[in-house]
Design a protein around this ligand. Structure first.
Ligand code: KG4
Ligand code: ZN
Length: 338
């Protein structure tokens, strides 16, 4: 069964074709970073306008790369939320139009849940050890930081989430304070590789609490105070050390809480996904901790961690298998829980 996935929830226009929920035949992502970077964050109106321009060529490219036409597609899966309303509406309207014109069944998926189902995606030459149900999934992105207990592809139970900023948002805000560009997560990751993580012992936010929730808003004030102390003259070495120290604090909290969730639920499989799961330190530390506790860990390759439509197609397949379809009255759900 071939599903065409369409993803426009934030600032990436993405389309992909996936076979039977797992085999990625194509995954095309058009980033808008170049448009938003000069504003230091996403400008929603610019994002939706760019989606309007990009959606048709991106879908055409995804079909061409998969060597199929719409006549071969068995289903269309689109992100219905959460996200920016104008952005969501572009993908959703496009998906509904094709569904109506070609008579192709439609389904709608939750973006955050789709991130964890990316753990099942595979490609020729990509060795994947997919998780077994039930598993814990840590979804860390620019907009969300959530721990799920996943009992089935379509049964995600929230067991912890951020009370304020998302982990990716913390990375982006810290990067801005350090005078790096937007989005800053990957830049902090790169600088931290040559920095001293013990340069500043940032307080590990919300770690002492026994809960599985997160709080990342306070740490940016700690970074701001450090930056102010340098009066605008931060050397390259200090920049690397501050990046490494900040990253270590965030990663420490994410890894500790993910492992705490595994122990509390008694599962033996763990997934990490979402854009922040591209972070090299997070990937390494999770791998070490999971192996120390005998937990089977699955972190998709970076291209399936950050926003993409293959994960949306994958999730759509499992929803359709369960008989969950959407009608043409489907509406965007920007504040969809999670
Ligand atoms: O999942 P995603 O592509 O989009 C959302 O759904 O938000 O995640 C984007 C976030 C951004 O905040 C970006 O800075 C962060 O993921 N990110 C990283 C890295 N690569 C992307 N954060 C830390 N280290 C990275 N290597
Ligand atoms: Zn995302």
């Amino acid at each position: 069964m071939l599903i065409l996935g369409i993803e426009t929830s934030c600032d990436d226009t993405a389309a992909g074709v996936v076979e039977d929920g797992a085999l990625v035949r194509s995954s095309v992502v058009l980033s808008q970073d170049g448009i938003h970077s000069k504003y230091g964050g996403i400008v929603p109106e610019l994002a939706s306008r760019q989606h309007i321009e990009a959606i048709a060529p991106v879908v055409e490219e995804a079909l061409a790369k998969a060597s199929v036409t719409l006549d071969c597609v068995d289903g269309i899966s689109v992100t219905e939320g959460p996200g920016l309303v104008g952005s969501l509406l572009v993908g959703m309207s496009f998906a509904k139009a094709i569904s109506f014109a070609k008579g192709i069944p439609l389904t709608a998926v939750n973006h955050i849940e789709a991130h964890s189902v990316a753990a099942f995606l595979t490609e020729p030459g990509l060795a994947v050890k997919p998780p077994k149900f039930p598993f814990v999934s840590l979804v860390v992105s620019g907009g969300h930081t959530t721990l799920f207990l996943v009992n089935d592809y379509t049964a995600h139970e929230v067991i912890g989430e951020t009370l304020d900023d998302a982990a990716g948002e913390a990375f982006d805000k810290a990067a801005k304070l350090l005078g790096l560009g937007y989005p800053g997560g990957a830049m902090i990751d790169a600088l931290a590789k040559n920095g001293n993580p013990a340069y500043v012992e940032f307080t590990r936010p919300y770690l002492a609490k026994d809960s599985l929730d997160f709080s990342f808003s306070g740490i940016k004030t700690a970074v701001l105070n450090r930056v102010r102390g340098f009066n605008g003259a931060i050397s390259d070495d200090v920049l690397k050390d501050l990046s490494a120290s900040f990253q270590e604090a965030i990663v420490d909290v994410l890894v500790t809480k993910a492992m705490r969730a595994v122990k509390k639920t008694g599962v033996s499989h763990l997934v990490a996904a979402g854009g922040v799961a591209c972070n090299s330190r997070l990937r390494r530390k999770l791998t070490e901790e999971a192996s120390a506790y005998g937990v089977s860990l699955c972190i998709p390759p970076p291209r399936f961690c950050s926003d993409n439509a293959a994960m949306v197609a994958g999730m759509g397949f499992y929803k359709m298998q369960k008989g969950v379809f959407a009608g043409l009255d489907l509406n965007a759900n920007p504040n969809m829980p999670r």
